[in-house]
Design a protein around this ligand. Structure first.
Ligand SMILES: Cc1ncc(COP(=O)(O)O)c(C=O)c1O
Length: 465
């Protein structure tokens, strides 16, 4: 009889030790094919362990095909094909951990104010949902997103952005990046895309590679005359606060763009990304293009990334009714990408008026940060110029220095400050007269804004006037 060394004090159960020992003995042919194994009782006596332990180990070997059982006769070792076995070398690849460097002052445009999030309220809504009465939400929900949330979004869009739509036109997804490919699939394969240059870098990088046509932007937003010179039929645009320049599309350009889209027989569409329109500091809110459009040519999209939190991963688009049938045909078998519970927490939060209240609070907070930033930079005028400061959560500054943007960025990084060169957002190179940077102020504490700017200016050798 084969001797199996079983360690009674090991953390591995006895049945597992026995199973592994026998399996190895079979694989290495220490037990010949066809050999009858000792009966459970005999082996239990021999090893001084319980019959149940033997039974479980034999059961496992049986299940994996190492032995067979002949009723009332016993267990026999099976013929097994040996797999070519290559000793694995210890992997030499070191796994790179993605730890992004933390800066003392990070002007990343995607950062929000984390101090003012209403955790207590959010927890209350989450707590209310996670109980027996929400059993239904354990099942898969509607592909377009939960009706209750779409209803609240339609309401909000009407009140705040002048957008008239019904919940059937809204599709919820886990981010602008995830929703854009869906929109692209709805449009004809032969479509030609135009993008703002500079623009939101995620779009060309993720979806359109090099095929998109870059359209220049000036202080009035996208230059529609330039768009008209191309054969593009779809344009992606951020009219309320152009990303990254911060320009607001002028009223004249809005009309021109809508007219461009309405030309008959061209199958043109405007994808309007209204990502941060909630925050406006100068002048009246600018209505969305979608609300001005009479020809169903605008696909409106927005997100809760700026207004609530980027980690929520809730964004949405509003389809013109002309694209609804195509949407249903292509996407009705796809599941929504946002968990149902998260959608209902948000819907209830909105229904009870907390989203509107939160926005009001955040507007005040961001306005204070915005004013502190612009006032501090004012003391460096005319050396520094600021643009794009009418809305949103970032501005553009340009500096009168001979160095490249990358050199200046490096210098700032060495001082523990993160700044973002506009050249990182170019679809096609543009020669800026002066190095230009995006400065997001959402994630910097109000009290830190002034010292952060002073340190940055000192590091670049820019003095107050
Ligand atoms: C132009 C633009 N659109 C959309 C978004 C938001 O994207 P998401 O909804 O995927 O978070 C951002 C985020 O910063 C943005 O800059």
């Amino acid at each position: 009889m084969l001797i199996f060394e079983l360690e009674k004090n090991s953390s591995k159960p006895l049945y597992e030790q026995l199973y592994i020992g026998m399996k190895n003995a079979i694989i290495t042919k220490q037990i010949d094919v066809g050999t009858k194994l000792p009966s459970k009782r005999k082996l239990a006596d021999f090893l001084n362990i319980s019959q149940t332990t033997i039974e479980i180990a034999y059961g496992q070997l049986l299940a994996e095909g190492y032995i067979t059982s002949k009723p009332r006769v016993g267990f026999f070792v099976e013929e097994i094909d040996t797999l070519p076995y290559v000793e694995k070398e210890q992997s030499k690849v070191t796994i790179e951990t993605r730890i992004t460097k933390k800066y003392q002052y990070d002007f990343h445009p995607g950062k929000i104010d984390t101090e003012s999030f209403p955790f207590t309220l959010w927890r209350k809504y989450a707590k209310e949902l996670f109980d027996n009465t929400s059993k239904e939400y354990l099942q898969v929900g509607e592909p377009q997103g939960e009706y209750e949330l779409r209803f609240e979004i339609a309401n909000y869009l009407y009140q705040s952005r002048g957008i008239i739509c019904n919940p059937e036109q809204i599709v919820i997804g886990s981010g602008t990046e995830q929703l854009l490919p869906m929109i692209l699939r709805l449009l004809e394969d032969s479509s030609k895309f135009a993008l703002e240059n500079p623009g939101y870098s995620a779009i060309p990088r993720i979806h359109l590679q090099n095929n998109a046509i870059p359209i220049p932007v000036d202080e009035d937003g996208l230059i529609v005359d330039e768009l008209e010179k191309t054969d593009a039929n779809i344009v992606y645009i951020t009219p309320s606060h152009q990303f990254p320049t911060g320009a607001v599309l002028s009223a004249a350009r809005r009309t021109q763009l809508l007219k461009w889209a309405a030309v008959k027989g061209t199958n043109r569409y405007i994808i309007e990304d209204d990502y941060d329109s909630e925050f406006r500091y100068i002048g009246k809110p600018i209505p969305a293009l979608q609300g001005m459009d009479k020809n169903e040519k605008v696909i409106y999209m927005s997100t809760f990334t700026k207004s609530l939190m980027p980690s929520l991963r809730v964004a949405y688009f509003v389809l013109p009714s002309t694209l609804l049938t195509a949407y249903k045909q292509i996407f009705s078998d796809y599941s929504a990408t946002v968990p149902r519970f998260d959608q209902h927490i948000l819907a209830n939060f909105m229904k009870d008026g907390h989203f509107a209240k939160h926005l009001n609070r955040m507007r005040k907070i961001y306005r204070k940060k915005h004013d502190k930033l612009t006032n501090t930079f004012e003391t460096f005028y005319p050396e520094i110029t600021i643009t794009g400061d009418q809305a949103g959560m970032h501005v553009l500054i340009s500096v009168p220095l001979e160095k490249t943007e990358q050199e200046l960025k490096q210098q700032a990084n060495e001082l523990n400050i993160a700044v973002y060169p506009v050249s990182d957002y170019l679809l096609k190179p543009i020669k800026y007269e002066r190095p230009t940077f995006l400065l997001g102020f959402g994630g910097i504490d109000l009290v830190d804004i002034e010292p952060a700017i002073h340190q940055l200016m000192a590091c670049w050798g820019i003095r107050k006037k």
